[in-house]
Ligand binder design. Structure first.
Ligand code: ADP
Length: 613
Protein backbone atom coordinates (compact mmCIF):
# COMPACT_ATOMS: atom_id res chain seq x y z
CA UNK A 1 0.00 0.00 0.00
CA UNK A 2 1.27 3.37 -0.90
CA UNK A 3 1.23 5.91 1.90
CA UNK A 4 1.15 9.50 0.79
CA UNK A 5 2.51 11.79 3.38
CA UNK A 6 1.06 15.26 3.21
CA UNK A 7 2.15 18.39 5.00
CA UNK A 8 0.33 18.62 8.30
CA UNK A 9 -0.89 21.87 9.76
CA UNK A 10 0.27 22.41 13.27
CA UNK A 11 -0.69 25.76 14.79
CA UNK A 12 -0.99 27.28 11.36
CA UNK A 13 2.48 26.25 10.28
CA UNK A 14 3.17 23.80 7.51
CA UNK A 15 5.60 21.21 8.82
CA UNK A 16 6.58 18.22 6.80
CA UNK A 17 6.29 15.56 9.52
CA UNK A 18 8.78 12.77 10.04
CA UNK A 19 6.16 10.24 10.96
CA UNK A 20 8.35 7.92 12.96
CA UNK A 21 9.89 10.72 15.03
CA UNK A 22 6.47 12.16 15.73
CA UNK A 23 5.13 8.79 16.69
CA UNK A 24 8.11 8.24 18.90
CA UNK A 25 7.57 11.55 20.63
CA UNK A 26 3.91 10.74 21.12
CA UNK A 27 4.65 7.29 22.44
CA UNK A 28 7.29 8.79 24.70
CA UNK A 29 4.80 11.33 26.05
CA UNK A 30 2.18 8.63 26.69
CA UNK A 31 4.73 6.33 28.31
CA UNK A 32 6.09 9.13 30.46
CA UNK A 33 2.64 10.22 31.63
CA UNK A 34 1.68 6.59 32.36
CA UNK A 35 4.86 6.08 34.35
CA UNK A 36 4.32 9.28 36.31
CA UNK A 37 0.74 8.24 37.02
CA UNK A 38 1.73 4.76 38.20
CA UNK A 39 4.50 6.09 40.43
CA UNK A 40 2.28 8.88 41.74
CA UNK A 41 -0.52 6.41 42.58
CA UNK A 42 1.50 3.47 43.87
CA UNK A 43 4.57 5.02 45.46
CA UNK A 44 4.63 6.20 49.03
CA UNK A 45 7.45 8.70 48.39
CA UNK A 46 6.43 12.05 49.84
CA UNK A 47 7.41 14.27 46.96
CA UNK A 48 5.33 16.03 44.30
CA UNK A 49 5.88 13.40 41.58
CA UNK A 50 3.05 14.89 39.49
CA UNK A 51 5.27 17.91 38.88
CA UNK A 52 6.98 15.70 36.28
CA UNK A 53 3.87 16.11 34.09
CA UNK A 54 5.42 19.44 33.00
CA UNK A 55 7.81 17.32 30.92
CA UNK A 56 4.84 15.74 29.16
CA UNK A 57 3.42 19.21 28.47
CA UNK A 58 6.73 20.50 27.15
CA UNK A 59 7.00 17.48 24.82
CA UNK A 60 3.44 18.00 23.60
CA UNK A 61 4.17 21.61 22.63
CA UNK A 62 6.26 20.34 19.74
CA UNK A 63 3.93 17.62 18.54
CA UNK A 64 0.36 18.88 18.94
CA UNK A 65 -1.60 22.05 18.25
CA UNK A 66 -2.54 24.74 20.76
CA UNK A 67 -5.81 22.99 21.53
CA UNK A 68 -3.90 19.73 21.86
CA UNK A 69 -1.58 21.30 24.47
CA UNK A 70 -4.64 22.47 26.44
CA UNK A 71 -6.11 18.96 26.22
CA UNK A 72 -2.81 17.39 27.38
CA UNK A 73 -2.67 19.89 30.28
CA UNK A 74 -6.20 18.94 31.40
CA UNK A 75 -5.28 15.26 31.08
CA UNK A 76 -2.27 15.78 33.32
CA UNK A 77 -4.39 17.69 35.85
CA UNK A 78 -6.98 14.88 35.70
CA UNK A 79 -4.34 12.17 36.25
CA UNK A 80 -2.85 14.15 39.16
CA UNK A 81 -6.31 14.47 40.72
CA UNK A 82 -7.07 10.74 40.26
CA UNK A 83 -3.71 9.78 41.77
CA UNK A 84 -4.28 12.13 44.70
CA UNK A 85 -7.83 10.93 45.41
CA UNK A 86 -6.79 7.29 44.91
CA UNK A 87 -3.85 7.56 47.33
CA UNK A 88 -5.19 9.95 49.92
CA UNK A 89 -8.95 10.13 49.56
CA UNK A 90 -10.50 13.32 50.83
CA UNK A 91 -7.76 13.92 53.33
CA UNK A 92 -6.66 17.52 52.83
CA UNK A 93 -4.77 17.84 56.06
CA UNK A 94 -1.42 16.14 55.56
CA UNK A 95 1.43 17.31 53.30
CA UNK A 96 0.12 15.36 50.30
CA UNK A 97 -2.50 17.98 49.62
CA UNK A 98 0.14 20.69 49.59
CA UNK A 99 2.20 18.56 47.11
CA UNK A 100 -0.95 18.07 45.07
CA UNK A 101 -1.45 21.84 44.90
CA UNK A 102 2.22 22.40 44.00
CA UNK A 103 1.91 19.85 41.17
CA UNK A 104 -1.29 21.48 39.86
CA UNK A 105 0.33 24.93 39.98
CA UNK A 106 3.42 23.62 38.16
CA UNK A 107 1.25 21.99 35.47
CA UNK A 108 -0.93 25.14 35.13
CA UNK A 109 1.99 27.60 34.97
CA UNK A 110 3.92 25.40 32.55
CA UNK A 111 0.88 25.03 30.33
CA UNK A 112 0.32 28.80 30.32
CA UNK A 113 3.97 29.58 29.49
CA UNK A 114 4.17 26.80 26.93
CA UNK A 115 1.06 28.07 25.17
CA UNK A 116 2.37 31.65 25.16
CA UNK A 117 5.69 30.51 23.84
CA UNK A 118 3.98 28.36 21.21
CA UNK A 119 1.95 31.38 19.97
CA UNK A 120 5.14 33.41 19.54
CA UNK A 121 7.04 30.60 17.85
CA UNK A 122 4.07 29.83 15.58
CA UNK A 123 3.98 33.46 14.50
CA UNK A 124 7.70 33.43 13.90
CA UNK A 125 7.39 30.24 11.89
CA UNK A 126 4.60 31.83 9.86
CA UNK A 127 6.80 34.84 9.13
CA UNK A 128 9.65 32.61 8.13
CA UNK A 129 7.31 30.64 5.88
CA UNK A 130 5.97 33.83 4.26
CA UNK A 131 9.47 35.16 3.76
CA UNK A 132 10.48 31.84 2.24
CA UNK A 133 7.49 31.96 -0.06
CA UNK A 134 7.99 35.52 -1.33
CA UNK A 135 9.12 35.70 -4.93
CA UNK A 136 11.46 38.53 -4.16
CA UNK A 137 15.09 37.74 -3.59
CA UNK A 138 16.31 39.07 -0.26
CA UNK A 139 20.02 39.59 -0.03
CA UNK A 140 22.01 41.06 2.81
CA UNK A 141 25.61 42.05 2.23
CA UNK A 142 28.14 43.76 4.41
CA UNK A 143 29.79 47.04 3.52
CA UNK A 144 32.44 45.17 1.51
CA UNK A 145 29.58 43.64 -0.50
CA UNK A 146 30.15 40.18 0.85
CA UNK A 147 26.87 38.31 0.95
CA UNK A 148 25.75 37.40 4.46
CA UNK A 149 22.12 36.42 3.89
CA UNK A 150 20.61 34.75 0.84
CA UNK A 151 16.85 34.02 0.85
CA UNK A 152 15.06 31.09 -0.85
CA UNK A 153 13.71 33.70 -3.32
CA UNK A 154 17.31 34.55 -4.22
CA UNK A 155 18.13 30.85 -4.63
CA UNK A 156 15.21 30.50 -7.01
CA UNK A 157 15.96 33.64 -8.99
CA UNK A 158 19.72 33.32 -9.41
CA UNK A 159 20.20 29.56 -9.13
CA UNK A 160 22.89 29.65 -6.45
CA UNK A 161 22.07 27.92 -3.16
CA UNK A 162 22.46 29.75 0.12
CA UNK A 163 25.68 27.94 0.93
CA UNK A 164 27.11 28.77 -2.50
CA UNK A 165 26.21 32.47 -2.29
CA UNK A 166 26.95 33.39 1.31
CA UNK A 167 30.53 34.60 1.62
CA UNK A 168 30.79 35.57 -2.05
CA UNK A 169 31.30 39.12 -3.32
CA UNK A 170 27.92 40.33 -4.52
CA UNK A 171 29.50 42.19 -7.47
CA UNK A 172 31.49 39.19 -8.68
CA UNK A 173 28.67 36.72 -8.25
CA UNK A 174 25.91 38.67 -9.98
CA UNK A 175 27.89 41.16 -12.14
CA UNK A 176 25.22 43.84 -11.59
CA UNK A 177 24.86 46.45 -14.32
CA UNK A 178 23.21 49.59 -13.03
CA UNK A 179 21.54 52.34 -14.99
CA UNK A 180 23.56 54.78 -12.88
CA UNK A 181 27.17 54.26 -11.81
CA UNK A 182 28.04 52.05 -8.82
CA UNK A 183 29.56 55.04 -7.03
CA UNK A 184 26.42 57.12 -7.49
CA UNK A 185 24.35 54.30 -6.05
CA UNK A 186 26.60 53.95 -2.99
CA UNK A 187 26.66 57.71 -2.44
CA UNK A 188 22.87 57.84 -2.52
CA UNK A 189 22.64 54.85 -0.17
CA UNK A 190 25.06 56.39 2.32
CA UNK A 191 23.46 59.82 2.16
CA UNK A 192 19.78 58.89 2.24
CA UNK A 193 19.87 55.35 3.59
CA UNK A 194 17.93 54.12 0.54
CA UNK A 195 18.47 53.41 -3.11
CA UNK A 196 16.12 52.02 -5.70
CA UNK A 197 16.75 51.28 -9.36
CA UNK A 198 16.75 48.88 -12.25
CA UNK A 199 19.65 46.44 -12.36
CA UNK A 200 20.57 43.74 -14.86
CA UNK A 201 22.16 40.76 -13.12
CA UNK A 202 23.71 37.49 -14.19
CA UNK A 203 22.30 34.15 -12.98
CA UNK A 204 24.15 30.92 -12.37
CA UNK A 205 23.23 29.58 -15.83
CA UNK A 206 24.60 32.72 -17.49
CA UNK A 207 21.16 34.18 -18.30
CA UNK A 208 20.49 37.81 -17.45
CA UNK A 209 17.58 39.04 -15.37
CA UNK A 210 16.33 42.57 -14.95
CA UNK A 211 15.34 43.37 -11.39
CA UNK A 212 14.09 46.33 -9.44
CA UNK A 213 16.52 46.54 -6.56
CA UNK A 214 15.41 48.28 -3.34
CA UNK A 215 18.33 48.74 -0.93
CA UNK A 216 18.36 50.07 2.62
CA UNK A 217 21.34 50.74 4.74
CA UNK A 218 21.52 49.12 8.13
CA UNK A 219 23.52 51.00 10.76
CA UNK A 220 24.85 49.71 14.08
CA UNK A 221 24.27 51.32 17.49
CA UNK A 222 27.31 53.51 16.81
CA UNK A 223 25.58 54.76 13.61
CA UNK A 224 28.27 53.16 11.50
CA UNK A 225 26.91 51.48 8.32
CA UNK A 226 26.97 47.75 8.88
CA UNK A 227 25.07 46.09 6.07
CA UNK A 228 22.99 46.61 2.95
CA UNK A 229 19.63 44.89 2.86
CA UNK A 230 18.31 44.52 -0.68
CA UNK A 231 15.10 43.10 -2.09
CA UNK A 232 15.29 42.19 -5.76
CA UNK A 233 12.09 41.90 -7.73
CA UNK A 234 12.38 40.16 -11.13
CA UNK A 235 10.82 42.39 -13.83
CA UNK A 236 12.31 40.57 -16.86
CA UNK A 237 8.91 39.33 -18.07
CA UNK A 238 7.31 42.73 -17.56
CA UNK A 239 10.23 44.36 -19.33
CA UNK A 240 9.96 41.93 -22.25
CA UNK A 241 6.19 42.56 -22.42
CA UNK A 242 6.76 46.35 -22.44
CA UNK A 243 9.36 45.99 -25.19
CA UNK A 244 7.00 43.77 -27.21
CA UNK A 245 4.25 46.34 -26.70
CA UNK A 246 6.54 49.15 -27.80
CA UNK A 247 7.55 47.11 -30.85
CA UNK A 248 3.97 46.35 -31.79
CA UNK A 249 3.07 50.02 -31.27
CA UNK A 250 5.88 50.94 -33.65
CA UNK A 251 4.64 48.34 -36.16
CA UNK A 252 1.10 49.68 -35.82
CA UNK A 253 2.24 53.27 -36.29
CA UNK A 254 4.23 52.19 -39.37
CA UNK A 255 1.31 50.21 -40.75
CA UNK A 256 -1.08 53.13 -40.09
CA UNK A 257 1.28 55.49 -41.88
CA UNK A 258 1.66 53.14 -44.85
CA UNK A 259 -2.05 52.42 -45.16
CA UNK A 260 -3.03 55.99 -44.26
CA UNK A 261 -5.37 54.60 -41.63
CA UNK A 262 -5.63 56.10 -38.17
CA UNK A 263 -7.45 54.91 -35.06
CA UNK A 264 -9.85 56.97 -33.03
CA UNK A 265 -11.83 56.46 -29.85
CA UNK A 266 -14.92 58.37 -28.82
CA UNK A 267 -16.68 58.53 -25.46
CA UNK A 268 -20.37 59.42 -25.55
CA UNK A 269 -21.89 61.68 -24.22
CA UNK A 270 -18.77 63.64 -23.10
CA UNK A 271 -17.45 63.77 -26.68
CA UNK A 272 -13.95 63.02 -25.39
CA UNK A 273 -11.74 61.50 -28.10
CA UNK A 274 -8.53 59.48 -28.47
CA UNK A 275 -6.43 59.82 -31.60
CA UNK A 276 -3.58 57.80 -33.01
CA UNK A 277 -0.72 59.76 -34.56
CA UNK A 278 -1.89 58.90 -38.07
CA UNK A 279 -5.48 60.01 -37.33
CA UNK A 280 -4.09 63.36 -36.15
CA UNK A 281 -2.00 63.59 -39.31
CA UNK A 282 -5.05 62.94 -41.51
CA UNK A 283 -7.04 65.64 -39.73
CA UNK A 284 -3.89 67.82 -39.49
CA UNK A 285 -4.40 68.41 -35.77
CA UNK A 286 -1.32 69.52 -33.85
CA UNK A 287 0.23 67.14 -31.31
CA UNK A 288 -0.65 69.37 -28.35
CA UNK A 289 -4.30 69.76 -29.39
CA UNK A 290 -6.84 67.58 -27.60
CA UNK A 291 -9.40 66.91 -30.35
CA UNK A 292 -13.07 66.81 -29.40
CA UNK A 293 -16.20 66.24 -31.47
CA UNK A 294 -16.37 69.99 -32.07
CA UNK A 295 -12.90 69.96 -33.69
CA UNK A 296 -14.06 67.14 -35.99
CA UNK A 297 -17.11 69.18 -36.98
CA UNK A 298 -14.96 72.24 -37.65
CA UNK A 299 -12.79 70.22 -40.06
CA UNK A 300 -15.79 68.74 -41.90
CA UNK A 301 -16.58 70.03 -45.37
CA UNK A 302 -19.70 72.28 -45.06
CA UNK A 303 -21.59 70.09 -47.58
CA UNK A 304 -20.99 66.96 -45.47
CA UNK A 305 -21.79 68.39 -42.03
CA UNK A 306 -25.27 66.80 -42.02
CA UNK A 307 -23.75 63.42 -42.88
CA UNK A 308 -21.37 63.64 -39.91
CA UNK A 309 -24.17 64.86 -37.63
CA UNK A 310 -26.19 61.78 -38.60
CA UNK A 311 -23.29 59.51 -37.64
CA UNK A 312 -22.92 61.29 -34.30
CA UNK A 313 -26.66 60.84 -33.75
CA UNK A 314 -26.19 57.10 -34.44
CA UNK A 315 -23.44 57.04 -31.81
CA UNK A 316 -25.71 58.69 -29.26
CA UNK A 317 -28.30 56.01 -30.07
CA UNK A 318 -25.60 53.36 -29.40
CA UNK A 319 -25.70 51.78 -32.85
CA UNK A 320 -23.30 48.81 -32.82
CA UNK A 321 -21.51 49.89 -36.02
CA UNK A 322 -21.13 53.28 -37.64
CA UNK A 323 -19.81 53.68 -41.16
CA UNK A 324 -19.46 56.92 -43.01
CA UNK A 325 -17.52 58.52 -45.81
CA UNK A 326 -17.17 62.27 -45.98
CA UNK A 327 -14.91 65.15 -46.89
CA UNK A 328 -12.64 67.33 -44.79
CA UNK A 329 -11.87 70.91 -45.64
CA UNK A 330 -8.37 71.93 -44.62
CA UNK A 331 -7.42 75.47 -43.59
CA UNK A 332 -5.71 76.07 -46.95
CA UNK A 333 -8.78 74.95 -48.93
CA UNK A 334 -7.58 71.41 -49.72
CA UNK A 335 -10.27 68.72 -49.68
CA UNK A 336 -9.64 65.26 -48.24
CA UNK A 337 -11.88 62.23 -48.49
CA UNK A 338 -12.07 60.02 -45.38
CA UNK A 339 -13.78 56.76 -44.60
CA UNK A 340 -14.65 56.00 -40.99
CA UNK A 341 -15.78 52.73 -39.48
CA UNK A 342 -16.47 52.62 -35.73
CA UNK A 343 -17.63 49.88 -33.40
CA UNK A 344 -19.31 50.11 -30.02
CA UNK A 345 -16.95 48.46 -27.53
CA UNK A 346 -18.27 49.57 -24.12
CA UNK A 347 -21.94 50.06 -23.44
CA UNK A 348 -22.38 51.49 -19.93
CA UNK A 349 -25.56 52.79 -18.35
CA UNK A 350 -24.62 56.45 -18.62
CA UNK A 351 -21.94 56.41 -21.27
CA UNK A 352 -20.56 54.30 -24.08
CA UNK A 353 -17.32 54.08 -26.02
CA UNK A 354 -16.57 53.59 -29.68
CA UNK A 355 -13.28 52.70 -31.34
CA UNK A 356 -12.84 53.04 -35.04
CA UNK A 357 -10.55 53.22 -38.02
CA UNK A 358 -10.23 56.33 -40.09
CA UNK A 359 -8.81 56.05 -43.59
CA UNK A 360 -7.60 58.79 -45.89
CA UNK A 361 -9.05 57.70 -49.25
CA UNK A 362 -8.30 60.94 -51.12
CA UNK A 363 -5.85 59.31 -53.55
CA UNK A 364 -8.15 56.34 -54.17
CA UNK A 365 -11.08 58.72 -54.64
CA UNK A 366 -9.14 60.82 -57.15
CA UNK A 367 -8.08 57.72 -59.11
CA UNK A 368 -11.63 56.41 -58.94
CA UNK A 369 -12.92 59.68 -60.34
CA UNK A 370 -10.26 59.67 -63.08
CA UNK A 371 -11.24 56.09 -63.91
CA UNK A 372 -14.90 57.06 -64.05
CA UNK A 373 -14.02 59.92 -66.35
CA UNK A 374 -12.10 57.61 -68.72
CA UNK A 375 -14.87 55.02 -68.56
CA UNK A 376 -17.43 57.70 -69.40
CA UNK A 377 -15.24 58.87 -72.30
CA UNK A 378 -14.86 55.31 -73.56
CA UNK A 379 -18.59 54.73 -73.25
CA UNK A 380 -19.17 57.93 -75.18
CA UNK A 381 -16.81 56.89 -77.97
CA UNK A 382 -18.52 53.51 -78.12
CA UNK A 383 -21.96 55.19 -78.26
CA UNK A 384 -20.86 57.37 -81.13
CA UNK A 385 -19.49 54.25 -82.88
CA UNK A 386 -22.85 52.50 -82.41
CA UNK A 387 -24.58 55.56 -83.85
CA UNK A 388 -22.21 55.25 -86.82
CA UNK A 389 -23.38 51.65 -87.27
CA UNK A 390 -26.96 52.87 -87.15
CA UNK A 391 -26.31 55.80 -89.50
CA UNK A 392 -28.05 54.23 -92.49
CA UNK A 393 -31.16 53.31 -90.51
CA UNK A 394 -31.20 56.69 -88.78
CA UNK A 395 -30.89 58.50 -92.11
CA UNK A 396 -33.81 56.42 -93.34
CA UNK A 397 -35.75 57.19 -90.15
CA UNK A 398 -35.24 60.93 -90.71
CA UNK A 399 -35.70 60.69 -94.44
CA UNK A 400 -39.14 59.10 -94.18
CA UNK A 401 -40.84 62.01 -92.37
CA UNK A 402 -38.97 64.48 -94.61
CA UNK A 403 -40.37 62.73 -97.71
CA UNK A 404 -43.79 62.80 -96.10
CA UNK A 405 -43.33 66.55 -95.44
CA UNK A 406 -42.41 67.09 -99.10
CA UNK A 407 -45.36 65.03 -100.33
CA UNK A 408 -47.80 66.82 -98.04
CA UNK A 409 -46.28 70.21 -98.90
CA UNK A 410 -46.67 69.54 -102.65
CA UNK A 411 -50.23 68.32 -102.14
CA UNK A 412 -51.05 71.33 -99.97
CA UNK A 413 -49.74 73.71 -102.66
CA UNK A 414 -51.89 71.93 -105.21
CA UNK A 415 -54.97 72.38 -103.01
CA UNK A 416 -54.09 76.05 -102.65
CA UNK A 417 -53.47 76.61 -106.36
CA UNK A 418 -56.94 75.48 -107.25
CA UNK A 419 -59.34 78.09 -108.42
CA UNK A 420 -61.26 77.58 -105.28
CA UNK A 421 -58.57 76.54 -102.79
CA UNK A 422 -59.67 73.56 -100.74
CA UNK A 423 -58.68 74.88 -97.34
CA UNK A 424 -59.80 71.79 -95.43
CA UNK A 425 -57.39 69.66 -97.47
CA UNK A 426 -54.63 72.26 -97.08
CA UNK A 427 -55.14 72.19 -93.27
CA UNK A 428 -54.97 68.39 -93.30
CA UNK A 429 -51.71 68.48 -95.32
CA UNK A 430 -50.17 71.08 -93.01
CA UNK A 431 -51.18 69.06 -89.91
CA UNK A 432 -49.49 65.96 -91.36
CA UNK A 433 -46.41 68.06 -92.16
CA UNK A 434 -46.23 69.26 -88.54
CA UNK A 435 -46.65 65.71 -87.22
CA UNK A 436 -43.96 64.32 -89.58
CA UNK A 437 -41.61 67.15 -88.68
CA UNK A 438 -42.14 66.32 -84.99
CA UNK A 439 -41.36 62.67 -85.77
CA UNK A 440 -38.12 63.66 -87.48
CA UNK A 441 -37.07 66.04 -84.73
CA UNK A 442 -37.84 63.34 -82.12
CA UNK A 443 -35.37 61.03 -83.93
CA UNK A 444 -32.79 63.80 -84.03
CA UNK A 445 -33.37 64.60 -80.33
CA UNK A 446 -32.66 60.97 -79.41
CA UNK A 447 -29.52 60.87 -81.55
CA UNK A 448 -28.27 64.13 -80.11
CA UNK A 449 -28.88 62.81 -76.58
CA UNK A 450 -26.91 59.66 -77.41
CA UNK A 451 -24.09 61.60 -79.04
CA UNK A 452 -23.88 64.31 -76.37
CA UNK A 453 -21.04 64.10 -73.93
CA UNK A 454 -22.45 64.83 -70.49
CA UNK A 455 -21.52 63.86 -66.95
CA UNK A 456 -23.35 60.70 -65.83
CA UNK A 457 -26.58 61.41 -63.97
CA UNK A 458 -28.18 59.51 -61.12
CA UNK A 459 -31.92 60.11 -61.24
CA UNK A 460 -34.99 57.88 -60.87
CA UNK A 461 -35.87 56.47 -64.30
CA UNK A 462 -38.80 54.47 -65.59
CA UNK A 463 -36.95 51.49 -67.11
CA UNK A 464 -39.75 50.85 -69.64
CA UNK A 465 -39.28 54.37 -71.02
CA UNK A 466 -35.57 53.73 -71.27
CA UNK A 467 -36.20 50.47 -73.17
CA UNK A 468 -38.78 52.08 -75.48
CA UNK A 469 -36.45 54.95 -76.39
CA UNK A 470 -33.65 52.44 -77.12
CA UNK A 471 -36.00 50.40 -79.30
CA UNK A 472 -36.99 53.55 -81.21
CA UNK A 473 -33.36 54.02 -82.23
CA UNK A 474 -32.80 50.43 -83.41
CA UNK A 475 -36.31 49.68 -84.64
CA UNK A 476 -35.54 50.47 -88.26
CA UNK A 477 -32.32 48.43 -88.15
CA UNK A 478 -34.19 45.42 -86.71
CA UNK A 479 -36.82 45.67 -89.39
CA UNK A 480 -34.17 45.97 -92.10
CA UNK A 481 -32.63 42.73 -90.83
CA UNK A 482 -36.01 41.03 -90.55
CA UNK A 483 -35.86 40.59 -86.80
CA UNK A 484 -39.14 40.04 -84.99
CA UNK A 485 -39.34 41.75 -81.61
CA UNK A 486 -41.23 40.07 -78.79
CA UNK A 487 -41.77 42.29 -75.72
CA UNK A 488 -43.17 41.13 -72.40
CA UNK A 489 -43.28 43.52 -69.46
CA UNK A 490 -44.22 42.37 -65.99
CA UNK A 491 -44.84 45.93 -64.86
CA UNK A 492 -44.94 49.36 -66.43
CA UNK A 493 -43.79 51.35 -63.42
CA UNK A 494 -40.43 49.85 -62.49
CA UNK A 495 -38.06 52.64 -61.48
CA UNK A 496 -34.31 52.44 -61.21
CA UNK A 497 -31.74 55.10 -60.30
CA UNK A 498 -29.21 55.97 -62.95
CA UNK A 499 -28.23 57.63 -66.19
CA UNK A 500 -30.79 57.40 -69.01
CA UNK A 501 -28.32 57.57 -71.90
CA UNK A 502 -25.92 55.02 -70.38
CA UNK A 503 -28.71 52.49 -69.75
CA UNK A 504 -30.01 53.05 -73.29
CA UNK A 505 -26.51 52.38 -74.54
CA UNK A 506 -26.47 49.01 -72.75
CA UNK A 507 -29.85 47.94 -74.13
CA UNK A 508 -29.00 49.07 -77.69
CA UNK A 509 -25.69 47.20 -77.46
CA UNK A 510 -27.35 43.97 -76.37
CA UNK A 511 -30.08 44.27 -79.03
CA UNK A 512 -27.53 45.00 -81.77
CA UNK A 513 -25.32 42.07 -80.64
CA UNK A 514 -28.30 39.70 -80.73
CA UNK A 515 -29.33 40.98 -84.13
CA UNK A 516 -25.78 40.73 -85.53
CA UNK A 517 -25.36 37.18 -84.12
CA UNK A 518 -28.52 36.11 -86.00
CA UNK A 519 -27.75 37.89 -89.28
CA UNK A 520 -24.07 36.77 -89.28
CA UNK A 521 -25.18 33.16 -88.75
CA UNK A 522 -27.87 33.66 -91.34
CA UNK A 523 -30.49 32.43 -88.91
CA UNK A 524 -33.80 32.04 -90.70
CA UNK A 525 -36.25 32.72 -87.89
CA UNK A 526 -34.81 35.81 -86.23
CA UNK A 527 -36.48 36.67 -82.92
CA UNK A 528 -35.40 38.99 -80.15
CA UNK A 529 -37.38 38.52 -76.91
CA UNK A 530 -37.11 41.32 -74.36
CA UNK A 531 -38.75 40.61 -71.02
CA UNK A 532 -38.90 42.57 -67.79
CA UNK A 533 -39.80 41.31 -64.37
CA UNK A 534 -39.15 41.91 -60.67
CA UNK A 535 -36.86 39.73 -58.60
CA UNK A 536 -37.51 38.83 -54.97
CA UNK A 537 -34.68 41.05 -53.79
CA UNK A 538 -35.98 44.41 -55.01
CA UNK A 539 -34.39 44.26 -58.42
CA UNK A 540 -35.63 44.73 -61.96
CA UNK A 541 -34.58 41.89 -64.25
CA UNK A 542 -34.30 42.57 -67.98
CA UNK A 543 -33.62 39.57 -70.24
CA UNK A 544 -32.70 39.92 -73.93
CA UNK A 545 -32.84 36.59 -75.72
CA UNK A 546 -32.04 35.94 -79.37
CA UNK A 547 -32.51 32.90 -81.61
CA UNK A 548 -28.96 33.01 -82.93
CA UNK A 549 -26.16 30.42 -82.69
CA UNK A 550 -25.57 31.08 -78.98
CA UNK A 551 -22.26 31.40 -77.11
CA UNK A 552 -19.81 28.51 -76.85
CA UNK A 553 -18.46 27.45 -73.47
CA UNK A 554 -14.92 28.56 -74.36
CA UNK A 555 -16.18 32.04 -75.34
CA UNK A 556 -18.27 32.42 -72.19
CA UNK A 557 -15.46 33.26 -69.67
CA UNK A 558 -14.06 36.05 -71.89
CA UNK A 559 -17.34 37.54 -73.02
CA UNK A 560 -17.16 40.67 -70.86
CA UNK A 561 -13.39 41.15 -71.20
CA UNK A 562 -12.25 44.23 -73.14
CA UNK A 563 -11.14 43.54 -76.74
CA UNK A 564 -12.75 40.11 -76.89
CA UNK A 565 -14.51 39.79 -80.23
CA UNK A 566 -15.32 37.10 -82.77
CA UNK A 567 -16.43 39.61 -85.38
CA UNK A 568 -14.11 40.55 -88.24
CA UNK A 569 -14.76 44.25 -87.69
CA UNK A 570 -15.62 44.10 -84.01
CA UNK A 571 -13.78 46.09 -81.33
CA UNK A 572 -14.72 43.84 -78.44
CA UNK A 573 -15.51 46.83 -76.20
CA UNK A 574 -19.33 46.68 -76.20
CA UNK A 575 -19.97 44.10 -73.47
CA UNK A 576 -17.05 45.33 -71.36
CA UNK A 577 -18.55 48.85 -71.37
CA UNK A 578 -22.01 47.37 -70.65
CA UNK A 579 -20.59 45.64 -67.58
CA UNK A 580 -18.92 48.76 -66.17
CA UNK A 581 -22.09 50.80 -66.76
CA UNK A 582 -24.32 48.20 -65.05
CA UNK A 583 -21.91 47.72 -62.13
CA UNK A 584 -21.67 51.49 -61.68
CA UNK A 585 -25.47 51.37 -61.32
CA UNK A 586 -25.10 48.78 -58.54
CA UNK A 587 -26.41 46.02 -60.81
CA UNK A 588 -25.22 42.80 -62.42
CA UNK A 589 -24.97 41.56 -66.00
CA UNK A 590 -24.39 37.99 -67.14
CA UNK A 591 -25.07 35.73 -70.09
CA UNK A 592 -26.48 32.24 -70.51
CA UNK A 593 -26.67 30.12 -73.61
CA UNK A 594 -27.95 26.72 -74.53
CA UNK A 595 -26.67 25.04 -77.65
CA UNK A 596 -29.00 25.76 -80.56
CA UNK A 597 -31.30 27.92 -78.45
CA UNK A 598 -29.52 31.26 -78.85
CA UNK A 599 -28.01 33.52 -76.20
CA UNK A 600 -29.67 35.38 -73.36
CA UNK A 601 -28.20 38.43 -71.69
CA UNK A 602 -29.54 39.18 -68.19
CA UNK A 603 -29.49 42.55 -66.46
CA UNK A 604 -30.35 43.00 -62.79
CA UNK A 605 -30.73 46.59 -61.56
CA UNK A 606 -31.68 47.63 -58.01
CA UNK A 607 -35.05 49.33 -57.68
CA UNK A 608 -34.89 53.08 -57.15
CA UNK A 609 -34.15 54.18 -53.62
CA UNK A 610 -34.67 57.86 -54.39
CA UNK A 611 -38.23 57.19 -55.55
CA UNK A 612 -39.21 56.25 -51.98
CA UNK A 613 -37.31 59.00 -50.17
P1 ADP B 1 -18.07 43.29 -80.55
O1 ADP B 1 -19.52 43.39 -80.81
O2 ADP B 1 -17.29 44.45 -81.02
O3 ADP B 1 -17.45 41.98 -80.92
P2 ADP B 1 -18.90 42.95 -77.84
O4 ADP B 1 -18.15 43.18 -76.56
O5 ADP B 1 -20.19 43.61 -77.95
O6 ADP B 1 -17.90 43.36 -78.97
O7 ADP B 1 -19.08 41.39 -78.01
C1 ADP B 1 -18.00 40.53 -77.78
C2 ADP B 1 -18.28 39.18 -78.37
O8 ADP B 1 -19.30 38.51 -77.67
C3 ADP B 1 -18.77 39.19 -79.75
O9 ADP B 1 -17.70 39.32 -80.69
C4 ADP B 1 -19.43 37.83 -79.85
O10 ADP B 1 -18.52 36.81 -80.09
C5 ADP B 1 -19.99 37.60 -78.49
N1 ADP B 1 -21.42 37.93 -78.41
C6 ADP B 1 -21.99 39.03 -77.94
N2 ADP B 1 -23.33 38.96 -77.99
C7 ADP B 1 -23.63 37.77 -78.55
C8 ADP B 1 -24.85 37.09 -78.89
N3 ADP B 1 -26.04 37.63 -78.65
N4 ADP B 1 -24.74 35.84 -79.42
C9 ADP B 1 -23.55 35.29 -79.63
N5 ADP B 1 -22.36 35.86 -79.36
C10 ADP B 1 -22.40 37.10 -78.81
Amino acid sequence: MKIIMEPKVIAGAYIRPFLSSLQLQRLGAIALSSAIFVIDTASSIHIAIAVLYVAVILISVNIVSKKGVIRVSFCCIGLTLIAFLGGHGLNFHDGSFARFLVSLSAIGITSFLALKNKAVSDELQEQVRLLAQTHDAIIVRDMDHIITKWSPGAEKLYGWSRSQAVGQDFRTLLCPQLMTSWDQMMTCLLETGHWEGEVVERCRDGACVTVISRCSLSRGDDNVPKAILATHNDISDRKRAIEALQRSEAFLTGAQWLSQTGSIGLIIPSGEMYWSEEARRIFEFSADEQPMLTSVMNRTHPDDVDLVKMSIKDAFQKQPHIKTEYRLLMDDGRVKYVQMLAQLILDGEDDCEYVGALMDVTDAKMSEEALHRSEAQLAHVSRVATLGELAASIAHEVNQPLSAVTTNGTAGLRWLNREVPDLAEVRGAIERMVSETNRASEVIRRIRAMARKTAPQNVPLNIIEVIDESLALVDRELKRNKVVLDLSYDSDAAKVDGDRVQLQQVIINLLMNGMQAMTNAKTKKRTLCLSLQYSEIDEVLVDIKDSGPGITSDQMPNLFEAFFTTKSEGMGMGLSICRSIIEAHGGRIWATSEKGLGATFHLALPLSKKEHV
